[in-house]
Design a protein around this ligand. Sequence first.
Ligand code: PLP
Length: 378
Amino acid sequence: MHKTSTTSAFDIRALVRKELAALEAYTPIVPFEVLSARLGLPAAQIVKLDANENPYGPAPAVIEALAEYNFYHIYPDPQQTELREALAGFVGVPAAHILPSHGADEMLDYLCRIFLAPGDAIIDCPPTFGMYSFDAQLTGAQVVEVWRQTDYSVDVEAVERTVLEQSGGRVKLLFLTSPNNPSGTWLPDADLMRLLRLPVMVVLDEAYVEFADHASRAAWVLHHENLVVLRTFSKAAGIAGLRLGYGVCPAWLMDELWKFKQPYNVNVAATVAGLASLRDLDYLRATVEKLKAERRRLVAALAALDFLQPQPSEANFVLCRVVGREAKTLKMALEQRGILVRYYNKPGLDNCIRISVGRPEQTDRLLEELQTIVAHQA
Ligand SMILES: *Cc1c(COP(=O)(O)O)cnc(C)c1O
């Protein structure tokens, strides 16, 4: 506990909102550079397959646009007019329905703070992305969990029942992710249709939709007042480090967001990079196709190993149940060999690892090291 040097008649910490006091501190991931130093491996030799980043990065034209831009000393356009127009062409929804953000994560935070007050609730469908419950708890709202079924599909009936059981309209937001992270599962149109009949705001997170074998539902916001769709440049467009996402929203929600958002929430570097990415869609599509092809190869190769059970995935990662050995030991052994994957051991994800799809040579390294590890332990 930190001791203060001055004596005061009151406890300064008591001024912090009580919802915060009840929260556990966020566990940050070990930065790439730190891990590289710890393992004694140069960063270039580390195969980073733990955060679903796009190993191809942005198009060369994006790097050029960033280098050539001359107005970094000028504040960004608070209305993001040019970027919103370009996004409208890409998404197929008018610019008036699109709001760029500092990553999709910022939109999640805005939505939670627009809709939730202490005493309200969200419905979360775990196992899924952790930010929904994180942001909801920061507002003091309760997180009601409706677990996915064993094949990771959303239990639509259980969600319906749960919304109706909660009295007085306490449930305000329903978070859905398609493809889901970490399972890669698609939410079918018919399920989404049914869930949109509920008297709640549906937040559909499409962070990985470019990798899916199905189409985005972004245009559905034009016909459903209780739907907002989140998208990002972090995964398919390969600029996770620049932080650029966007919400596709019904008109009434845009009005609220315009009141609510920080004027300069999207910085000029992210804007320049986003615009350049959208001008070079051939590059983006080619990268996505390479990753989808690699996903097929990775899934087949992993399925051939008797200790891994890969889940079918529509995203740029593959969730695997580890059979007959400890997932944690496997993760650590891979890490020692410079390969980073994500490890889970919690309900619905017992003894699992999640592997992001990389370049073919990264898959080769992974498969080689997996075989070595097994040979050593046999
Ligand atoms: C990565 C991820 C995001 C975050 O996107 P950012 O635009 O980088 O904030 C959102 N949702 C899911 C499901 C993700 O996996």
